[in-house]
Design a protein around this ligand. Structure first.
Ligand code: HMG
Length: 392
């Protein structure tokens, strides 16, 4: 039985910052951000969006009534959780009106969370072929104003519907993974921003890719010639390339040309969104599928997932016939084009707007936010979510 990705939804907040303008404000040469890091725009989340609403908006864009009835497992991968106890998946389950006969929980291992969710979903479908699983990867990447990681922030969510007989990508069984207890990037419970050892994190990312690729080759006997394209977790769009280039030396000149050409297609959305942590790899997959004219059905795509701390995995999928009919390319292009640019000063104000943590209430104006599902504030220590469609 084929199991894999049947639908992919994506949501980005409706505000963005131009990286060149951020560079000028920080007295940095703009080419460092646009060429050296490879980022053009950074998504900015207003106070009316959090990991829950971003994910709910991404999922709402793909689910129909039959999906809502058949989903019996919701797995939410995030490192921007909103509660130490209650899973973000439970809020999303309610906001989308899913069938109550479902399991819902949150999963965490930095940017690896959604991949762990997909692998679990695969096992669940193998045992329950009729069911569908909603896997969410949703985050707001925050390093701090004028910090070393500021240029690699972002916000957004990806929603994946995993099922039997998937219409986009059938996942293959062979997979290679690696865990190592390292401190390259982390966020203690008391901090709203991440701590990072930037250079070390880059080195570890590349080391993990080389390691899991080597393991994968030994397990599968596949080589670069067997891949049409590779997609990477993209904390910034230069990172995957830095990891790939030295390893790709083992490929032929045709392999290099094909994989490097497809790499450029696989960074299109990430370049104008920034790091969305758990969803980044799947945003890269979406960039490849929606920005490349046409890939041949039956092509193999390799996916490299990396979550600091650290866990990495390399796995693969086969493109399904007619996959393009099940993408939402037009909607995603329009959503990105409709965003409003904020100035650096506005971004700095938005960055510092947070919900009170002293038990007091705060209600925000959700009219300015074009999203259907918003965070209206906090009252009685409870986040107040609204679905504008449901209220009409
Ligand atoms: P930095 O110190 O600002 O930048 O740190 P740099 O000095 O390393 O320069 C970056 C690149 O720009 C270099 O290119 C420069 O040469 C180039 P490279 O040598 O790498 O090819 N450059 C220029 N290019 C053109 N014109 C110029 C110019 N000037 C310089 N004028 C760093 C960059 C990414 C480390 C920092 O932003 C950071 O710490 N970010 C956060 C950590 C991160 O993203 N790590 C990535 C791997 S870890 C990961 O992916 C996991 C993560 O997503 C978290 C999770 O799992 O949850 C982060």
């Amino acid at each position: 039985m084929k199991i894999g990705i049947d639908k992919i939804g994506f949501y980005v907040p409706d505000l963005y910052l131009d990286m060149r303008k951020l560079a000028v404000a920080r007295e940095i040469e703009p080419d460092k951000f646009t060429i050296g890091i490879g980022q053009e725009k950074m998504a900015v989340a207003p106070i009316t969006q959090d990991a829950v609403t971003l994910a709910a908006n991404a999922a709402a864009s793909i689910l129909d009534e039959t999906d809502k009835e058949n989903i019996d497992l919701v797995i939410f991968g995030t490192e921007s959780g909103v509660d130490h106890s209650k899973a973000a998946a439970v809020y999303v389950h309610h906001l989308l009106g899913l069938n109550p006969a479902a399991r819902s929980f949150e999963i965490k291992q930095a940017c690896y969370g959604a991949t762990a969710g997909i692998q679990m979903a695969k096992g669940h479908i193998a045992l329950n072929p009729e069911s569908k699983v909603l896997v969410l990867g949703s985050d707001i990447a925050r390093y701090g104003l004028d910090s070393s990681g500021e240029s690699t922030q972002g916000a957004g969510a990806v929603a994946l519907l995993i099922s039997a007989n998937p219409r986009i990508l059938a996942l293959e069984d062979k997979s290679a993974y690696l865990t190592a207890d390292i401190m390259d990037f982390w966020r203690p419970l008391y901090s709203s921003t991440a701590y990072v050892d930037g250079k070390f994190s880059n080195e570890q990312y590349s080391f993990f890719f080389a390691n899991v690729w080597q393991q994968f080759k030994e397990k599968s006997s596949l080589t670069f010639k067997d891949f049409e394209a590779l997609c990477f977790h993209l904390p910034y769009t230069k990172m995957g390339l830095k990891a790939l280039k030295p390893v790709l030396e083992e490929g032929t000149s045709e392999d290099k040309e094909r994989l490097l050409n497809h790499y450029q297609k696989s960074i299109g959305y990430n370049k104008v969104v920034g790091n969305i942590y758990t969803g980044s790899l799947y945003l890269s997959l979406l960039s490849l599928l929606e920005q490349k004219e046409k890939l041949t059905a039956g092509s193999r795509i390799g996916l490299f997932s990396y979550g600091s701390g650290a866990v990495g995995e390399f796995f693969t999928g086969i493109l399904q016939p007619g996959y393009q009919k099940h993408l939402n390319t037009k909607q995603h292009t329009e959503m990105l084009a409709a965003r409003r640019e904020v100035s650096v000063a506005e971004y700095e104000v938005i960055f510092q707007q947070t919900l009170p943590i002293d038990g007091s209430s705060l209600l925000s104006e959700t009219e300015k936010d074009s999203a259907t599902i918003c965070l209206a504030g906090i009252a009685n220590n409870q986040r107040q979510y609204i679905n504008k469609t449901a209220e009409k």
